[in-house]
Design a protein around this ligand. Structure first.
Ligand SMILES: [Zn+2]
Length: 189
């Protein structure tokens, strides 16, 4: 059910809308370094793993640049579509990790790789990130207190995604809610 969801362009349309809102809020606050006006400085990405034929405008990382001559610094709004500099869509990484955590070590991995086209190396890099780096990251430490204690640090991000889906009206709403929570810390169930 979740993998099929990731092939729906409506999901990406919704996430793109949220990212645009987040970028607009960031722009309204002005430059965090000098208070100057922020202008759009989006950059094109080629994210992998999603449906074919998504509009070009979704394949963009929202970014802002200060308009003051002596500053010109970049501000990167938080994003539900992208997870850092990783080449796969954030939703794909989240779902693949959640599904893999549910399965025995040997099963499922080949199927997930075929479905989304990632290599074993990429998959294991994500697994090691969520196992070793993410639970102690500043990002998770900030979010940890806002979710139920039944979510185990050793089962991230799967426990978190299942938690959001359990309390949402649909799997899609749960997935979107979880991505938004990871990006902003807002909207926990
Ligand atoms: Zn500035």
């Amino acid at each position: 059910m979740l993998p099929e969801l990731l092939q729906k362009s409506s999901l990406f349309s919704l996430l793109h809308r949220i990212d645009t809102d987040l970028a607009n809020q960031c722009r309204e606050r002005g430059c965090p370094f000098c208070g100057g006006p922020l202008h759009q400085a989006k950059y094109q990405r080629k994210p992998r793993g999603g449906p074919e034929g998504l509009p070009e405008e979704y394949l963009v990382r929202q970014s802002l640049c200060c308009g003051r001559e002596n500053c010109r610094r970049r501000s990167l709004p938080v994003s539900c579509l992208f997870m850092g500099r990783r080449v796969y869509w954030a939703g794909i990484i989240l779902v693949v990790m959640a599904l893999r955590q549910n399965r025995p070590e040997s099963a499922g991995t080949g199927e997930l790789m075929r479905m989304f086209g990632m290599t074993r190396k990429t998959l294991f890099r994500w697994i090691s990130y969520f196992r070793e780096a993410f639970p102690s990251s500043a990002q998770w430490q900030k979010l940890r207190g806002r979710v139920h204690s039944s979510i185990r640090d050793s089962e991230l991000p799967g426990d978190l995604l299942r938690y959001f889906i359990r309390y949402a009206d649909s799997a899609e709403a749960g997935l979107v809610g979880c991505l938004r929570f990871l990006a902003t810390g807002l909207g926990g169930p």
